[in-house]
Design a protein around this ligand. Structure first.
Ligand SMILES: [Zn+2]
Length: 434
């Protein structure tokens, strides 16, 4: 059967001991699946493929995986900068959300987030928000892969006026999206241990377990959270969740900045996953996550941008660069968490966090065709002595082509899967009402 797409003349990243760039390679795609990666001369479908794409001057990489985001918060980008987390959240973000978040806003602002992520090389995102049904529609319409998690919180929230209905709402969301669209994987997002009581946390985890989906939770983000949980409960946020029975291989703990050795041993024992968001941690001065210890304990760790209001960019290349550097500062050790480990976190590591390691995050036959092509001939990437440059010098703007699920969604830096101008117009209109 002829291939649907062949990407020719690409460079692939070299493995340790090889040159950084391996020329004259190609990728063959049948439907949504990669069927060949290797020398063009040996490609099985060279000449018969229905569509050919020349990757000349391009480096092919697996699409990046953003393991924590609130896409719709693009509306609030830059609205309340330079504030401490509880002030930022309680006095600015929560009130702005109460007044502005509705189904239409979530759809368009999530679509804007999808555009920003696609254009900077992210092909999969784990999103968590209110009105997540409309976020899922936006990602599906944008052609972007997403784990979409309906938020659960103990106060009236957009789309769920009565918190007593938050679990049933999340269950209905998961039931609606399960198996509906190959790009969308539904999940549940319990906001945090300080905004969800024990009963809510237990019910959210039960709903996630019953449906066989991931549970995301903000956890141990700030020192303030530590005191809020530790004082009344006598346990750290992680130990609190462990005692409740919330932790398992389908729990993704977001942030984990304020975790000690015992906390991380517990997370490793329960096979939990972690998403760290270095830009958000830095901007809100939450701290620096103990990444070296997490990796030493073999905990799957992915990178997240968090929402655009606390970053303020959704470019995962920026996240990689900062993540590597703050770890070196934390340890006063330039060897701490090398660039290769960071790049792995943004690809295969992120896929493992989302239970998708068997389908995305690496370029090899059998994997789903989520591929980005990056122009490595720009001045800031010359000369290419090593692939570490992708972490320390590349940026999202270097990405020219994006393929998700076998379909081209960005061609030569232009989004082709949806009307970006319409999306930006809609978001600008929505922003005038804030
Ligand atoms: Zn978050």
């Amino acid at each position: 059967m002829p291939a649907d797409l062949i990407i020719t003349d690409i460079h692939l990243p070299g493995k340790p001991g090889q040159p950084p760039l391996l020329p004259d390679n190609c990728i063959v795609i049948h439907a949504d699946t990669i069927t060949y990666v290797g020398p063009l001369a040996k490609a099985p479908d060279n000449g018969t493929a229905k569509k050919r794409l020349s990757g000349s001057n391009m480096l092919a990489l697996p699409g990046l995986v953003n393991t924590h985001c609130h896409g719709a918060m693009t509306l609030l980008r830059g609205l309340a900068d330079d504030l401490e987390l509880s002030d930022w959240l309680n006095n600015h973000i929560f009130p702005a959300e109460a007044a502005n978040v509705n189904a239409e806003m979530v759809y368009w602002c999530t679509k804007l987030a999808a555009a920003e992520m696609i254009m900077s090389g992210t092909t999969t995102v784990a999103d968590g928000y209110f009105h997540e049904h409309d976020a899922a529609r936006a990602f599906a319409d944008a052609g972007m892969r997403a784990v979409t998690a309906q938020a659960v919180i103990d106060f009236p929230a957009p789309g769920v006026a009565d918190p007593a209905n938050n679990i049933i709402h999340a269950e209905q969301f998961v039931a609606h999206w399960r198996g509906r669209n190959p790009l969308i994987t539904p999940a549940i997002f319990a906001h945090s241990p300080y905004t969800c009581c024990n009963d809510t946390l237990l019910a959210a985890k039960k709903a996630a377990r019953d449906a066989g989906v991931l549970l995301f939770i903000h956890l141990a983000e700030t020192r303030h959270e530590l005191s809020m949980i530790e004082k009344p409960l006598g346990a750290s946020p992680v130990r609190h969740l462990a005692e409740l029975g919330i932790l398992d291989q389908n729990t993704v703990c977001v942030h984990c900045v304020w975790t000690d050795e015992e906390d991380l041993t517990l997370l490793a024992k329960h096979q939990c996953k972690i998403a760290v968001c270095p830009q958000s941690h830095a901007k809100l001065a939450s701290g620096i996550a103990p990444l070296e210890t997490m990796l030493a304990k073999n905990i799957p760790v992915g990178l997240g941008t968090d929402g655009a209001a606390s970053n303020n960019s959704l470019d995962l290349f920026r996240e990689m660069d900062l993540c590597a550097k703050v770890q070196k500062i934390r340890h006063l050790d330039p060897v701490a968490v090398p660039a290769a480990d960071i790049l792995a976190m943004a690809t295969a590591g992120g896929a493992a966090v989302l239970n998708m390691a068997n389908s995305i995050g690496t370029l090899r036959p059998g994997m789903t065709a989520d591929i980005i092509l990056l122009d490595y001939t720009t001045p800031h990437l010359q000369p290419m002595h090593g692939i570490d440059l992708l972490v320390y010098a590349a940026n999202g703007d270097d990405v020219h082509w994006v393929i998700i699920n076998g379909k081209i969604v960005m061609a030569a830096k232009t989004i082709v899967s949806f009307d970006l101008d319409e999306t930006m117009d809609m978001v600008r209109q929505l922003a005038t009402t804030i």
